[in-house]
Design a protein around this ligand. Structure first.
Ligand code: CUA
Length: 314
């Protein structure tokens, strides 16, 4: 099928499921379309004016016929529903421990950052046989991240994170498209996804090592922006961020939130929105002060901060 130019290769674990649904639907639609068209033409010819055929009108109480054309499509629709739900859940649920790569969309390019800190533009290198999670955001308008061969697509939005996961199965180079109209050069917001064996991916990563991991550049920002003064110990001015990621946090209005990426993001940009119980509203707002990519790096560093007391749990 890969030889037909309009049909992309199947190169991820979800490709087969998506194609099964697509071709299943296509086959069903074709079947009903041609059945109807064929019957239509056949009757037009058979009952045309002047032919000598039986024209007695049949009764309108054809129970068997009614049941047949109700039950068959019903069963088909239910099967399609369950298979779609199964595929959709697989598509939405990121497996635990997936490798995380950051993606920033901007007019008109894709900026990628790997866990080691390595960056690339309009290119994405991934290992095969490993679940990869993309955490994505935009610096300006809405974009959409689409890798046809992996059958994955997700909108990339300003001021929030969206995520996407895939597990590539086949080495090769694949297209990467922006599929949300985002301005003049939308059509040129494309790139190449290169799927490599894990060994070759490691070699590629090591290739031109920047020497700066994402966590260490996050640490620099943490110091530079002054977070370090109030958020690392027992300062009365701000809660410690050690081990905070993924934990429940009590707010000053009594409610409880989980300190996930979205919460950290909001708290950095607009610290007054959800104040932690017992702390004064002292922190400056970093909205418009910090670039999306730096924000991601910073959050990544906060995620890496461990609570000394509870040990090396992450
Ligand atoms: Cu970015 Cu279209």
């Amino acid at each position: 099928m890969a030889t037909i130019p309009l049909i992309p290769e199947q190169a991820s674990t979800i490709s087969g499921k998506m194609d099964f649904l697509f071709y299943g639907w296509l086959a069903m639609s074709m079947f009903f379309f041609f059945s109807v068209v064929f019957t239509l033409v056949y009757f037009c010819v058979k009952y045309r004016k002047g032919t000598n055929v039986d024209r007695t009108i049949r009764g309108d109480n054809e129970r068997t016929l009614e049941l047949t054309w109700t039950i068959i499509p019903l069963v088909a629709a239910v099967l399609v529903f369950f298979y779609s739900a199964y595929a959709y859940i697989d598509f939405t649920k990121t497996p635990q421990g997936a490798m995380e790569i950051l993606v920033t969309g901007k007019q008109w390019m894709w900026k990628i950052q790997h866990p080691t800190g390595k960056r690339e533009i309009n290119a994405l290198h991934v290992p095969i046989g490993v679940p990869v999670k993309l955490t994505m955001t935009s610096e300006d308008t809405i974009h959409s991240f689409f890798i046809p061969a992996f059958r994955v697509k997700k909108d990339v939005l300003p001021n929030r994170f969206s995520s996407l996961w895939f597990n590539a199965t086949k080495e090769g180079e694949y297209h990467l498209f922006c599929t949300e109209y985002c301005g003049t050069d939308h059509s040129r917001m494309v790139g190449t996804v290169t799927a490599l064996t894990p060994e070759r991916y490691q070699a590629w990563l090591a290739g031109t090592d920047t020497g700066v991991t994402m966590a260490s550049s996050g640490e620099k920002l943490f110091t530079k922006l002054g977070c370090v003064t109030c958020h690392t110990g027992t300062s009365p001015r701000g809660p410690t961020l050690k081990g905070v990621f993924g934990k429940e946090v009590k707010l000053n209005d009594g409610s409880i939130v989980v300190a996930d990426e979205e919460y950290l993001r909001e708290s950095i940009l607009n610290s007054q929105a959800k104040l932690v119980a017992g702390y004064p509203p002292l922190m400056p707002l970093f909205r418009n002060q910090i670039k999306e990519q730096d924000l991601m790096t910073l959050i990544n560093y906060i995620k890496s901060l461990k609570d000394e007391k509870s040990g090396a749990k992450s």
